[in-house]
Design a protein around this ligand. Structure first.
Ligand code: ZN
Ligand code: ZN
Length: 463
C-alpha cells in the first residue's frame, strides 16, 4: 500500500491523502490551500491523480481546508461516492456552496483587471453546479459503523470533537492475505470544547497520520478564558454596551451562543438580544441545532434544565442587509456576531465602522487574527484604523480571548495518541507547520521511542 500526500504536509491547509493498494484507490479529504503565497497555484488537481480511477473518497470534516477541492474531482469526471458523517454532509453543503460563490467573485475581480489589460481571462476553480453534483455523491456514515468503501478496504469513523460531525477515519486494508490498519486523525478538538462530544481515538494502528497544528504548545485553559469572558460580558452589560463579536460562521458562532447560554442560565447576567448577523452563521446554527445527538452531556443537560437555552428567544437572526443595517440603532446591552472572523470583509466591517469610535462599544475578539488583518490591528491596540477607506478612531474597549481554539494543544494531542502508541505504529505528522510538528516529533521520540515522519507535499509513504 502507498499513500501520497497531496496537501497539509508541512502546512495546515490543503489536506489530501491518496491511498493506493493492489485493488483500490481512494482519497481521504481533498481540501483547499488557503493563505500563504499564491494559494491559487496549489489549488489544482495533482497531475498523478486521475478522478476517473478513484474508487471512493472519504472526508473527515466539513472545513474548507479538508473539502474545498472536492468539486474539482467531480468537475473532472469523478462519479463515485463521497463518505462522511451526516452532519459533515450538511455543513459541507453550506461551506462548498459559499466557496463556489467566493471562487466566482474572485475570478470576476481578476477578470476585470485582465480585461482592461487585454489579457486572457481566468475561470473560477469551480461553479455552483459542480458543487451540486458533488453534494449528490455524498453518502452519510454513522460513527462507529464499519463500511466497505472499496475493494478490500473497510472504513470506520470516530468522533474527533473538532466541529459538528468531525471524525477521525480508521481504514482496515486487506492486501496479500494480511490486514493493516491506517488511521487518519483529521483535526482533533480539545477535550474541554463546548457543545460537541470529546474526541474518541481509535485504539490500534500500523500507521497513523496525526495532525500537529498546535504540536508545540498548550492553549490557555478554557476555565481561565471563560472566567474572562464572564467578566467582560458582565461589565459590558453594566455599561449597557453594544458588544461586537467578529466570528467565523461555522463553529465559533455556535460556541459563543452556548457560553452565553451558560451565563444566562446561571443568572450571572439577564438575557439580552444576541443578533446573528450572517446568513451563513444562521444556517450553520440551524444545522448544529438539528444534530443534538452529537452534543455533549453538558449541552444536553443545560438545554433540558434551562428554558433560556432550549428556547433561544434572545437569539435573533438578521439575514437581510436591511435587518443588519437596523442594528445600528438597537440599544445596549446587546451582542452582534458577524463575519468575517478576522474583520477582513463582511458585515462586521459595517458594525465596526459604526461602533469603534463610540466608547460604549465593546469588541470581543474570540479567534485567531492573522498578520495584516484589521482584527490583528485591534488586538495590537491601534488607536486609529481604516475601514472602507475612512479613518476611524478606536474608542471602544477591545478584549482578546485566546482560549477558544477548536484544535487540541500539545498535551491533548499526546493524550489522543496515547492508546494508539501501544501498537507502536509508524507515525506521520501532518497538518502542521515546522514549529508545530518538530517539537511534537521530539516528544514522541522521547516518550514512545517512535520515529515520526515529517513529509513534504508529494511524498509517498509505503506500508
Ligand atoms: Zn478543521
Ligand atoms: Zn484543518
Amino acid at each position: 500500500m502507498k499513500i501520497t500526500l497531496h496537501g497539509a504536509a508541512g502546512g495546515v491547509t490543503g489536506s489530501a491523502y491518496l491511498v493506493e493498494t493492489d485493488n483500490a484507490r481512494l482519497l481521504v479529504d481533498f481540501g483547499l490551500f488557503q493563505g500563504g503565497r499564491n494559494p491559487a497555484a496549489k489549488n489544482v488537481l495533482p497531475a498523478k491523480l486521475d478522478p476517473k480511477r478513484l474508487d471512493a473518497v472519504l472526508v473527515t470534516h466539513a472545513h474548507l481546508d479538508h473539502t474545498g477541492r472536492l468539486p474539482l474531482l467531480v468537475k473532472h469526471g469523478y462519479a463515485g461516492k463521497i463518505y462522511a458523517t451526516e452532519a459533515t454532509v450538511d455543513l459541507a453543503g453550506l461551506i462548498l456552496r459559499d466557496s463556489a460563490k467566493v471562487q466566482g467573485y474572485d475570478a470576476e475581480r481578476t477578470n476585470r483587471k485582465l480585461r482592461r489589460a487585454g489579457r486572457p481571462l481566468v475561470e473560477p476553480l469551480y461553479q455552483a453546479e459542480d458543487v451540486e453534483r458533488t453534494m449528490a455523491c455524498f453518502r452519510p456514515v454513522q460513527l462507529g459503523e464499519s463500511r466497505e468503501v472499496a475493494g478490500g478496504i473497510t472504513a470506520r469513523y470516530f468522533g474527533a470533537g473538532h466541529m459538528l460531525g468531525s471524525a477521525s477515519i480508521e481504514l482496515t486494508v486487506q492486501e496479500g492475505g494480511k490486514n493493516k490498519v491506517v488511521v487518519f486523525s483529521g483535526d482533533i478538538g480539545p477535550s474541554s470544547f463546548a457543545l460537541i462530544r470529546e474526541a474518541q481515538p481509535p485504539k490500534r494502528a500500523d500507521l497513523v497520520f496525526l495532525e500537529s497544528t498546535y504540536g508545540d504548545r498548550d492553549h490557555q485553559t478554557i476555565k481561565k478564558t471563560l472566567a474572562e469572558f464572564r467578566r467582560i460580558i458582565t461589565h459590558a452589560v453594566e455599561r449597557k454596551a453594544r458588544i461586537l463579536v467578529p466570528a467565523f460562521a461555522v463553529g465559533r458562532t455556535q460556541q459563543i451562543i452556548y457560553h452565553l447560554d451558560e451565563l444566562f442560565c446561571a443568572g450571572t447576567v439577564k438575557p439580552f438580544p444576541v443578533y446573528i448577523d450572517s446568513p451563513m452563521a444562521i444556517e450553520a446554527t440551524r444545522i448544529y441545532q438539528s444534530h443534538p445527538d452529537l452534543f455533549d452531556d453538558e449541552t444536553n443537560d443545560l438545554q433540558r434544565a434551562c428554558d433560556i437555552a432550549s428556547r433561544h428567544d434572545h437569539v435573533k437572526p438578521t439575514p437581510t442587509p436591511e435587518e443588519s443595517m437596523k442594528l445600528n440603532h438597537v440599544p445596549g446591552p446587546c451582542l452582534i456576531m458577524a463575519g468575517s472572523g478576522m474583520c477582513t470583509a463582511g458585515r462586521i466591517l459595517h458594525h465596526l465602522r459604526h461602533g469603534l469610535w463610540q466608547p460604549d462599544t465593546s469588541v470581543v475578539i474570540v479567534g485567531y487574527q492573522g498578520e495584516g488583518t484589521l482584527g490583528r490591528q485591534l488586538v495590537d491596540g491601534a488607536k486609529f484604523v481604516k475601514i472602507f477607506g475612512e479613518t476611524i478612531e478606536v474608542k471602544a474597549r477591545i478584549h482578546t480571548l485566546n482560549g477558544f481554539s477548536a484544535h487540541a494543544g500539545q498535551t491533548e494531542l499526546l493524550r489522543w495518541f496515547h492508546q494508539l502508541a501501544r501498537s507502536k505504529p509508524q507515525v506521520v505528522l501532518t497538518h502542521g507547520e515546522a514549529r508545530g510538528r518538530e517539537p511534537l516529533a521530539e516528544l514522541m521520540r522521547k516518550k514512545y521511542g517512535l520515529q515520526p515522519l515529517l513529509p513534504v507535499q508529494g511524498d509517498v509513504i509505503t506500508l
